[in-house]
Structure formats: C-alpha cells, structure tokens
Write a protein that binds this ligand. Structure first.
Ligand code: PMP
Length: 314
C-alpha cells in the first residue's frame, strides 16, 4: 500500500494548507478535475524559503518581493487575484505559524478553477499556499562540491511565445522536459540556451560565471525569470567588492570559466563543477561561489544587519 504519511520526492505532509482563505487539513486541500489550471496550465506560483535565524527566531526571506512577483505573474496572465498582496503576505505567515515550522519552503499557487471549459474560458481563480520542509534542492553534496550540468537539447522559450517575467505553471513544461532529459542522461541539472544560442538559465535557477575575477550573468533582456536570488547575489557580490556584469555569454565561455554557479530559492547557491563533461575551473566549488554562498546564508539567517530588511520575522 502507498505510504500516505508523505508524498513522493521526500516531501512530508504538514498539518495545514491555506486554501481559498482558510486553513484546512493537508488531505482536504482538493480541487476539481475540471479546473482549467490542470487542462491548460493557466496558473501562477511562487517558491519562498524561510530560515531559522541564529537568534532562534525564524524569518521568511524576501517574502514581499516574492508576493509582488506573484501578483505581477497574475497581472501579465490576465488573472485577477482575489487577495491583496498584504493578505497573501499575512496568509503565508499564518500558515507557517499554524504548522509550527521553523524552517522550510512556501509554495503559493493560483490557478483558474472549474466552471466553463475552453481556452477562452474565464473561471474563478483558486489560491492555495502550501508549506513543507525542503532540504538542499540539488543535494547537500552538490551545494558543497558542485553539480554536473548539461546544456539542454530544449531551447528556452522565445520572449514572444511565453511571458518569461512570470512564474506561470504551463511554462514549466519546458523546464520539466529539460530537467528529465538531463537526469536521464546522468546529470544533475540542465542549462537552457535561448533561441539565439546564448546561455539563458537552468530549469529553476539563474546562472552566473566568473572569468578573470569578474562575474557575469545573463541580462534581463534574455528569456529568464527575474530571479529574486539573482538580485540578492548581485547585491551581495557588489557589496563584497566584486564587479558584476549583466551580459550575454555563450556555452563555451562557461567551459572556460574559472567558476560557474546557479542560484534560486530552492537551489540557493549551488556551484557547477562540470558542464558537458568539461571541468569548470578547478572542477570543484570556487572561491566566489563559496564566498557568496556564505554571505547568502548569513543574510538569510539574520546574521548580517545590512540585509535585515530582506527578512520578515514570524
Ligand atoms: N529561473 C527559473 C525558471 C525559476 O523557476 C526560478 C525559481 N523561481 C529561478 C530562475 C530563480 O528565481 P528565484 O531566485 O526568484 O527563486
């Protein structure tokens, strides 16, 4: 019999889920199979982490920025959210408190529900918020030693095919295909190129490389999500005195880079030790990746007063 105490992928059920304005038991957070979000991918989501700080309290990292992006995703998808940003911020906090968690991951999700059917249908929007404990997304060893990545055979969508500024559920099929292809070929993660061949991003992370002491990341004019961790790391690295350039680069610049690393809410800061079977730099986590990883966790755990404004304490 299936284990009902935990879902697949090692996600353990928590006590409550916030669904359409109410905290309900995990198993009662159900939706109808006629929901348009399921049929056509008309939905939006966020991924947010909360950390236990060194003073024992817990804080959500960049909660307001994530909720702002959630509202922006809804706006560009012509989806009217039935809750204000302030209500969603409060709902995230109330869920974490109800589940008595001190660290973990929050997943706000909004999708078009059931009623009418067809591509042009407009149904009531359903909103859920889930929370669970999530360890290192790309593995603890990957965080320390670096992961092995492969340039994908799938191209990141063109800017006029999808709305890359949004975290729109249907768009993630591109990431799922790339991720599964990479895993089946024995790699940890895929790097997607844009329609012109420039490096865009990973399946759920933004990309950085370091060459001759300078840090590069694809610009926001490329088809990438405007990552909140990307913005966080740019700020941290500039404050560390590093020069950060938002410039397009090719896959072979990654092969020749001294360092490469990925960042995202789930993956945090994960070094890439190998790309397409070529060692990147020394073939292990480099000094910039390690330095910014340390600075990131210090900020997230409230150990650096310069970045306190990024935290919303529970
Ligand atoms: N790119 C994609 C495609 C993503 O799904 C994510 C994860 N949200 C990121 C980049 C990183 O964004 P963030 O740092 O805001 O989590």
């Amino acid at each position: 019999m299936a284990d009902t105490s935990s879902t697949s992928q090692g996600v353990k059920k928590t006590d409550k889920i916030w669904l359409d304005g109410k905290l309900v038991p995990w198993d009662d957070a159900r939706v109808h199979v006629m929901s348009l979000g399921l049929h056509y991918g008309v939905g939006i989501f966020e991924g947010i982490r909360f950390y236990q700080c060194s003073d024992g309290r817990s804080a959500v990292f960049r909660l307001r920025e994530h909720i702002k992006r959630f509202a922006a995703s809804a706006h560009i998808l012509l989806m009217e959210l039935p809750y204000s940003e302030e209500q969603l911020v409060e709902s995230c906090l109330s869920l974490v408190r109800a589940n008595k968690m001190d660290q973990g991951y929050l997943r706000p999700l909004a999708f078009m529900g059931d009623g009418a059917m067809g591509l042009g249908a407009i149904n009531p929007v359903r909103v859920g918020i889930m929370a669970w404990d999530w360890g290192s997304y790309l593995g603890e060893e990957g965080m320390q030693q670096g992961i092995r990545a492969k340039v994908s055979s799938f191209t990141r969508m063109g800017v006029n095919s999808q709305l890359l500024r949004g975290k729109i559920t249907g768009q993630y099929v591109n990431s799922v295909l790339a991720k599964r292809e990479a895993k089946l070929a024995g790699y940890d993660e895929a790097i997607l190129l844009d329609t012109h061949g420039w490096v865009a991003e990973a399946t759920g992370e933004n990309v950085f490389i370091v060459r001759e002491g300078e840090v590069y990341t694809p610009p926001l004019s490329s088809p990438i999500l405007e990552g909140i961790t990307r913005a966080t790391l740019i700020k941290l690295m500039k404050d560390m005195g590093l020069k950060v350039r938002e410039e397009a680069f090719t896959r072979d610049s990654c092969y020749l880079a001294d360092e490469m690393f990925l960042c995202g809410t789930a993956a945090e800061v994960t070094p890439v030790r190998e790309l397409d079977n070529r060692k990147v730099g020394s073939g292990s986590a480099g000094p910039v990746a390690k330095g910014v990883q340390k600075a990131f966790f210090k900020a997230a755990r409230g150990e650096d007063p310069r970045y306190r404004e990024w935290l919303t304490y529970l």
